[in-house]
Design a protein around this ligand. Sequence first.
Ligand code: B12
Ligand code: SF4
Ligand code: SF4
Length: 352
Amino acid sequence: MDSQTKKNIEDILTPLKLSSFGFAELKKPLTIEAYKKWINKDFHGSMSFLKDHLAFKEFPKTLFNQARSAIVITKDYFPAPKPHKAPVQNLRLAEYAKNSDYHHWFQNELEQICQSLRLQFPHDLFIAMSDSKPVLERDLAQQAGLGWFGKNTCLIQSQQGSLFFIGEIYTSLTLTPIQALHPDRCGTCTKCIDACPTQALVEPYVLNANRCISYLTIEKRGDIPPEIMPQMNDWFFGCDICQTVCPWNEKVFGSNIKKEQTSYKEVTPQLINDLRWILNTSGKKLLKELKETPLTRTRASGLKRNALIVIANLKITELFSEVLMCKEQDSLKSTAQWCEAQLSGTCPNSSR
Ligand code: B12
Ligand code: SF4
Ligand code: SF4
């Protein structure tokens, strides 16, 4: 990479005040063997696309013939830079899901960067992606020197913690890393593994998605194993615990994030209203009202299923009749029956 190319790209990116950026060559990911082992153990659950995408992830140049390198960009999502106002504000959402769907706004920001790059390099290819193509994004960002793999599997930067998205621009330019690999700073810490409520971090750096609240509330379709539902606490969509207990996030964000995310939500009339709204609203209307948010990923039946689990775990007897109504729907029947069993015997006015 000649120094003028590097300078021209940096001149475009630096004024944008991105959280961080770096360059990586498109080569076999450093952690591809760990990825294959993970797939072979079926830790991906029903996310079959992760298995199907293996070849593109192992040989990144095959995704776009002309691509040679990637410009990797991170974007902080806490406190929410693009908050949405959907009527789920009182439910326990992962921090990323308090933002509008990053697959749209972050992707758009990356597209705009591509436009500027095309003006500077009219004969070259630039393709923007963020969780939209088969790319092993954490590995690519690690190669670009933008963080290390924590034992919770998230990419962490010592100055920024881990609450950031990763996006990349594949290009035909030949770029080499401008930063060295970020050293591992987990040391002997195991806080994330110890704090995971469902024991999904089965060993350092290995997450069994089948047990992960994030997977169960977002990606899993249908019923959730009954032995895990009580451990999901009041998480409605996603989970942040293995990140909020991380000393590197505590260092960057202070006590705010920890307090907000590691304690149960108080059962307020507003929280009950949000849950009632989810259960009483038709699937079509729910998806319409939530269309700017990432919550539609789990579909309407997933949102209703998640609401039932929160109701059961918080023992919200005020919604008993709504729970009974869900028993009439095939897709919710068994979760509603389980929820009913958790609630029955609880007097509506007793302390929780
Ligand atoms: C599938 C997926 C999920 C799944 C599986 C998560 C997972 N850990 O794999 C589920 C639904 C559970 C999920 C949850 C979340 N996700 Co997600 N997810 C993805 C996706 C689409 C693919 C990830 C993947 O390939 N997993 C495969 C497994 C094998 O990878 P891995 O667990 O990271 O394991 C690696 C390391 O452990 C490492 N490794 C293994 N052994 C060893 C040993 C040593 C010594 C070392 C150093 C490394 C190492 O190698 C493995 C392979 O790279 C990416 C987007 C993308 N295209 O890459 C986003 C992505 C990883 N997710 C992201 C986010 C924000 C989240 C959540 C925070 C959302 C939330 N709050 O609910 C949580 C975080 C949970 C967690 N602890 O990971 C961000 C991560 C940003 C970051 N800073 O790391 C990404 C990159 C999306 C984006 N474009 O920003 N996600
Ligand atoms: S996101 Fe939650 S459930 Fe998943 S590994 Fe982290 S703490 Fe465990
Ligand atoms: S909690 Fe500790 S072990 Fe886990 S990712 Fe953070 S520093 Fe690493």
